[in-house]
Design a protein around this ligand. Structure first.
Ligand SMILES: [Fe+2]
Length: 245
């Protein structure tokens, strides 16, 4: 099974509106052509689909995703408006596909740039992992780890320690995917890969102490291949496909 993860498209109500100098509408369209060529079974947008939370931005994103002809889903980032998103396409929490469970978490906090899962959602995550031990992939917007871009940690995931503690109690979570930091980054936390993806929109400098855009860094998306226990080789493999303008 092949999954594509896209993140941080930052579309606006006005399709001509640029995000930090990037024509995000045109960028998303050209990336969709590359995504379609990969023939994914599932496409996941991991938040900041919209920059302004407008219904028009979600409708345009959904049109592009529908045109792929495969299953797709999305979850909210700090720039999104979850209720408006859900009017266009309901938010999902768990997807079962090909012997895997994909858990989609909502780290959105109204009016804030940082994220939080909250005690209720963390309890649901724990119950889900305790009750279903099929190989699991978790996706959320905010990285659940400290990153090199110090300013990002100020607006990171508030309850990352509680999230880490839950993951530590189960050995069937094979990776965590996130967005928010607008660049590719992979680390291992307690043996579990935590992977972010380049933004569809502008990229941020990975190791800058303060906010900084890398105007030359290309956009990209992540390909995640998930196998079954019956297939030889790793259960999960992943790489980023860069899409220069
Ligand atoms: Fe973003």
């Amino acid at each position: 099974m092949l999954i594509v993860q896209l993140s941080d498209s930052h579309l606006c109500a006005d399709p001509a509106q640029r995000y930090r100098g990037v024509d995000v509408q045109a960028r998303l369209s050209s990336m969709m052509a590359r995504v379609a060529a990969c023939q994914p079974d599932l496409v996941i947008l991991s938040g900041d689909v919209s920059d302004d939370g407008s219904i028009a931005s979600y409708q345009r994103a959904a049109e592009q995703l529908d045109a792929l002809g495969c299953r797709w889903t999305w979850l909210p980032g700090n720039h999104d408006h979850p209720a408006t998103m859900a009017e266009v396409r309901p938010l999902e929490t768990v997807i079962h596909l090909d012997g895997w469970q994909i858990v989609l978490l909502d780290s959105w906090i109204e009016g804030e740039e940082g994220g939080r899962l909250g005690v209720d959602q963390l309890a649901r995550l724990e119950a889900q992992l305790a009750g279903d031990t099929t190989p699991t992939l978790i996706v959320l917007h905010h990285p659940p780890v400290i990153v090199e871009a110090a300013w990002m940690n100020e607006i990171g995931l508030e309850d990352r320690d509680a999230f880490r503690a839950i993951l530590g109690r189960y050995d069937h979570v094979h990776a965590v995917l996130c967005g928010h930091i607008h660049h590719e980054r992979t680390c291992l936390q307690d043996g579990v890969p935590i992977m972010s993806v380049p933004a569809v929109a502008a990229q941020f400098v990975p190791d800058s102490p303060d906010f900084a855009v890398d105007e030359r860094a290309p956009a990209g998306f992540r390909l995640i291949r998930l196998s079954s226990n019956e297939t030889p080789g790793p259960l999960l493999s992943s790489r980023v496909e860069y899409v220069p303008d």
